[in-house]
Every structure is written in structure tokens, then in C-alpha cells.
Design a protein around this ligand. Sequence first.
Ligand SMILES: *[C@@H]1O[C@H](CO)[C@@H](O)[C@H](O)[C@H]1NC(C)=O
Ligand SMILES: *[C@@H]1O[C@H](CO)[C@@H](O)[C@H](O)[C@H]1NC(C)=O
Ligand SMILES: *[C@@H]1O[C@H](CO)[C@@H](O)[C@H](O)[C@H]1NC(C)=O
Ligand SMILES: *[C@@H]1O[C@H](CO)[C@@H](O)[C@H](O)[C@H]1NC(C)=O
Ligand SMILES: *[C@@H]1O[C@H](CO)[C@@H](O)[C@H](O)[C@H]1NC(C)=O
Ligand SMILES: *[C@@H]1O[C@H](CO)[C@@H](O)[C@H](O)[C@H]1NC(C)=O
Ligand SMILES: *[C@@H]1O[C@H](CO)[C@@H](O)[C@H](O)[C@H]1NC(C)=O
Ligand SMILES: *[C@@H]1O[C@H](CO)[C@@H](O)[C@H](O)[C@H]1NC(C)=O
Ligand SMILES: *[C@@H]1O[C@H](CO)[C@@H](O)[C@H](O)[C@H]1NC(C)=O
Length: 442
Amino acid sequence: MLLTTIGSVLLLLFSCSTFTSIEAYDPLDPNGNITLKWDVISWTPDGYVAVVTMYNFQQYRHIQEPGWTLGWTWAKKEVIWNMMGSQTTEQGDCSKFKAGIPHCCKKDPTVVDLLPGTPYNQQIANCCKGGVLNSWAQDPNNAVSSFQISVGSAGTTNKTVKLPRNFTLKAPGPGYTCGPAKIVRPTQFITNDKRRVTQALMTWNITCTYSQFLAQKTPTCCVSLSSFYNDTIVDCPTCTCGCQNKTQPDSCVNPDSPHLSSVVSSSGKPTNTPLVQCTSHMCPIRVHWHVKLNYKEYWRIKITITNFNYRMNYSQWNLVVQHPNFDNLTQLFSFKYKSLTPYEGLNDTGMLWGVKFYNDFLSSAASYGNVQSEILFRKDKSTFTFDKGWAFPRRIYFNGDNCVMPPPDAYPWSPNATSKLVFSILSTIIATLASFIILLLN
Ligand SMILES: *[C@@H]1O[C@H](CO)[C@@H](O)[C@H](O)[C@H]1NC(C)=O
Ligand SMILES: *[C@@H]1O[C@H](CO)[C@@H](O)[C@H](O)[C@H]1NC(C)=O
Ligand SMILES: *[C@@H]1O[C@H](CO)[C@@H](O)[C@H](O)[C@H]1NC(C)=O
Ligand SMILES: *[C@@H]1O[C@H](CO)[C@@H](O)[C@H](O)[C@H]1NC(C)=O
Ligand SMILES: *[C@@H]1O[C@H](CO)[C@@H](O)[C@H](O)[C@H]1NC(C)=O
Ligand SMILES: *[C@@H]1O[C@H](CO)[C@@H](O)[C@H](O)[C@H]1NC(C)=O
Ligand SMILES: *[C@@H]1O[C@H](CO)[C@@H](O)[C@H](O)[C@H]1NC(C)=O
Ligand SMILES: *[C@@H]1O[C@H](CO)[C@@H](O)[C@H](O)[C@H]1NC(C)=O
Ligand SMILES: *[C@@H]1O[C@H](CO)[C@@H](O)[C@H](O)[C@H]1NC(C)=O
């Protein structure tokens, strides 16, 4: 008992310190980034026309409504004469222009995508999706966004153009960090009939990467577990995403509160500040993993995702699951699946998402938002076991953000695995101690 307590305390310490040290690097998507490419397609008397294309190369992180916001700082006194497929949010001070007023005169313009339904004469290819950018694994055809920009008071040759600086990408909250613009080999364009190749006059790239810690200081998602072989439901760790504060009653909402609808509708805060239902974990999202049935050749699990956030509908949500045996998923009911292989030889990770128009929309807590599916796995007799939490996932991400798992010693045990319990707790403590010491040394 004492050992368990020490173990849990250390685990808690350990999980807190690992969380705060999360960096941009994501082991399940090591190359994930959003790349912006500026292709200068013509020179004008006082500047250039460029097509700016945003590629979401992230496997499972997308940008949902209300969409991306892109900003930068001009290097000189550039202005934007006009734009197609997007617009700046502010025009700024164009008072020194007499004939012809620019679209934007700000030193640091902020650009947003146009909405669907924009007149054709203001569109270009891949524009006008309200800033929604799908992920590369889920929908590569919609993981690209473009606009055209006509820049004045700028250089008019590839020697005199000054690259814009200090790019910022918001989704629409924080999380992304963009590197400097780098001149790269000019993009080549192949005509539709593939008989001619043209090229940009000049091209530069900017790479932006995501860090969960920059986006949100606290976790946003947790995992609970249960199984047919043990009655215990292992709930999300208490206070995973915050604690209920009795002295501050509006820190969360009770679903049976009589003035619920007025609290939800009067909350004018931006959507990236969640308004959650009161729970012990206070997370906006809970993923429940239930080991449901054990057949001779197969075993079956049920996944339920519950939205506790009153301020957010999740469209095109996705789940990344790392789990032994995930390479032998046999049948999936009402979710889509794609295997992810971030490295050669790592094949236990898969991505799940909803079926379009059926359950790809996880509505807010106001309408009891939840989605569920069952998965059938084929047993690999040489590795299959219900011991040691084997039937549970190692790691789960919701929309690219890491979900906090219960500590390993709390996993439901199968009755005939108790002899291994003590050993496992001991090894957990030793591993935790070791990591803790390593952390202290760093
Ligand atoms: C961005 O992602 C692409 C596609 O995965 C990759 O080829 C490229 O190397 C990445 N760029 C950086 C700077 O990581
Ligand atoms: C600019 O153009 C010249 C010739 O047109 C080319 O040799 C040079 O590499 C270009 N420089 C850049 C930075 O693209
Ligand atoms: C870019 O940002 C850095 C750091 O925030 C700042 O020092 C620098 O002056 C900025 N550059 C421009 C051109 O605004
Ligand atoms: C620049 O970005 C484009 C589009 O993502 C990519 O195809 C190209 O390889 C990038 N160039 C470099 C040098 O990273
Ligand atoms: C609860 O809220 C009050 C007022 O905002 C704050 O002073 C106090 O520290 C909070 N307590 C906890 C446990 O978060
Ligand atoms: C969620 O979607 C529903 C139905 O489309 C809509 O009525 C509601 O206003 C949305 N809630 C939020 C917080 O966006
Ligand atoms: C997956 O299942 C197939 C069919 O039963 C089997 O042949 C294969 O060996 C299994 N692969 C692994 C890695 O278990
Ligand atoms: C998955 O990886 C394991 C270990 O690297 C390997 O034994 C197994 O054959 C792989 N499965 C498939 C389907 O490639
Ligand atoms: C069920 O799992 C819990 C750990 O979560 C364990 O304490 C309990 O002994 C298990 N029950 C049985 C019947 O094995």
C-alpha cells in the first residue's frame, strides 16, 4: 500500500514535469509542419504578384472553424494593392495614397481566408474555405489553402525584393511558431495537358511547427478505462485539466443547473477558452476505452469520445491511438482508420476519425456531444494477453493533443494476473525514480 502511494506521488510529479517540457517535437509525427510557399508569378511596375500556398503537412492536426489567421511584418514600406481568395482584417492608414487606395497599408498585416460562397471573381484555387485546413492523413485534398497577393512599394527584381519577416500563424489560438522565410528553388508548374512547364520568378518558404505547450498550458483531454473482466471503471485522473473551485462557481457548469442556457449563451469569451461541465477531471474531452469482449480468435473494444465543452463543436475530429496489435485491426465499425508509420518498424499507431455526415461532427456538451465506435482485433497468439494492461492503449491524442492516461498501476487487472501486480508496481516505481533523477540532473 505504502509502495503504491509513493509510486502514485512520484508518477504525479513525473507526469507534471513531462507535460511542461513538451516541445514542438511530436514523436508520432516527427516531420509534421505547416509550410507556406510564396511564388512570385509576375513583376509589376512597383512590386510583384505572388501566390501564397499553405500546406498542412501534419498527419493528424487540422485547423477547424473559425480558421487560420496569418500575419507578418513587411521589411520595407510595402503595401498590398489587392488580394484574391483572402483579405486583411484591417486596412490601416492609406492616407498618403491619392490615386488608387491599397487594400492594406499596415506594416504588419493580418490575413484571413474568405468564406465559402465568395463570388467567383474573387476566388483562386484552394481558397475560400473559411480558413479550415484538414490534416494530411485525413483529407490531403483539403489540406492546402491558397491566396493571391499583389504587393506594391516593393522590389521588382529577385535582387531587390525583401522577404517579409516575423510570420505568425494562429489556428486561431496560439500554438504555432514560424521560422524565417528562406529562398528556395523556384516552383515549377506543369500545364494541365502536361506539355509545358513554367516556373515561378522567385520562391520562398516558411515552416511553422506546433507545440501543445504553447497552445494550452494545461491538458485538454484525458482517458478512462474499463473492461469486461474487472468491474472497476478507471476514471480520468482527478484534476487532470484543472480542479473544481468551490469559491469560483463559474469555473464549470452543472448540466442540471436551471440557468445553464443563459450561462452558455452569455459567455462572450473566445472559443479557445473552454466552458466545461463540472467533472472530477474538468477536461473538455474524455476518451473512454472499454475492452468489451473476448472471442477465441478476436477481441473487441469500444471507444467513446465525450465532449464536456459547452463552447466548442469539433468538426472533423480525429484520434491517434498507439496500441500493441494495432497493425492487426480486423474490423472497424462507423469510424475511418489509417495506419501511421512515423518510423520504419513502428506500426502500432493508427488514426481514427468520423464518417462524413454521420459522426464527423462532435457537438458541444449542450447537445450531449459524443461519438462511439467498436473495433475488432485479431489475436496474435504469440503476444496476446489481458495482463499488464496490454489490452489498453499506450498513448491517445485527440485532434493532435496528448490525452492524459490513468497511471499504469490503476489499470483494470484481470483476476489471474495479480501475481504480477507487485512486480509491475515495483518496476513502475523504479522507472519513475530513474526518470525523476534524470529530470533533476537536467
Ligand atoms: C515539413 O513537412 C514536409 C512533409 O512532411 C517535410 O518534407 C519537410 O522536411 C518538413 N520541413 C521541415 C522544416 O521540417
Ligand atoms: C535571380 O535571377 C538570376 C537570373 O535571372 C538568377 O541567376 C539568380 O539565381 C536569381 N536569384 C535568386 C535569389 O533567385
Ligand atoms: C521580429 O520579432 C523580433 C522578436 O519578437 C523583434 O525583435 C524584431 O524586431 C521583429 N522584426 C520586425 C521586422 O518587426
Ligand atoms: C518549399 O515548399 C514546397 C511546398 O511545401 C516544397 O515542395 C518544397 O520542397 C519546399 N522547399 C524547400 C527547400 O524546403
Ligand atoms: C479558487 O478561486 C479563487 C478566486 O479566484 C482563488 O483565489 C483560489 O486560489 C482558487 N482555489 C483553487 C484551489 O484553485
Ligand atoms: C454547435 O453546433 C450547433 C449545431 O450546428 C449550433 O447550434 C451551436 O451554436 C454550435 N455551438 C458552438 C459553441 O459553436
Ligand atoms: C495479422 O493477421 C494476419 C491474419 O491472421 C496474420 O497472418 C499476421 O501474421 C498478423 N500479423 C501480426 C503482426 O500479428
Ligand atoms: C509490425 O512491427 C513488428 C515489430 O517491428 C513486426 O514484427 C510486425 O511484423 C510488423 N507488422 C506488419 C504488418 O508490418
Ligand atoms: C480490478 O482492477 C483493480 C485495479 O484497477 C484491482 O485493484 C482489482 O483487484 C481488480 N479486480 C479483480 C477482480 O481482479
